[in-house]
Design a protein around this ligand. Structure first.
Ligand code: ATP
Length: 133
């Protein structure tokens, strides 16, 4: 088995043994099984998939960060993350709308990069939510 830990600046989102993990690295999707070589990768905003010891396929939202694979341990240090079942759909839809309005307004006060990242997080949360509902 693998030990998977997903940690954000304010909480431990997940810490348990799993069979398999896949995540969106900035250089592409990668999968980890026991015996994987050592790896350090920056993570994109995306869905992290994992398979529990019971064989259930689960997913979590990860808002960017880093993943380390070492000795059958996968450690994800994420800027923000939630298990799919903890995603508040209404909040994500409101965040999407807010980001879209900011991007449409095109005033100088709008930090476009920040608004685009917020939009990307919101859209990804909605798709992770939809994956389990
Ligand atoms: P918002 O504008 O709604 O705060 P955001 O993308 O700016 O969204 P983040 O900075 O990624 O939010 O996350 C801040 C905290 O709020 C984190 O702890 C994250 O887990 C939580 N969070 C954000 N959006 C949601 C959501 N839709 N459902 C559950 N938790 C959320």
């Amino acid at each position: 088995a693998l030990q998977l830990d997903i940690v954000t600046p304010d909480k431990v989102v997940f810490s348990d043994q799993v069979q398999y993990v896949s995540a969106r690295g900035v250089e592409g999707e990668f999968g980890v099984l026991p015996g994987h070589f050592q790896l350090l990768s920056a993570l994109d905003i995306g869905c992290l998939h994992y398979t529990t010891l019971e064989g259930d396929k689960k997913c979590a939202f990860v808002g960017g960060g880093f993943a380390e694979v070492l000795n059958d341990k996968v450690t994800v240090l994420a800027e923000s993350a939630e298990l799919a079942e903890d995603i508040d759909q209404v909040r994500a839809m409101q965040a999407r709308e807010r980001a879209e309005k900011r991007l449409e307004s095109k005033t100088d006060e709008v930090n476009v990069e920040r608004a685009q990242a917020a939009l990307h997080r919101a859209i990804t949360r909605i798709s992770v939510y939809n994956e389990i509902h």
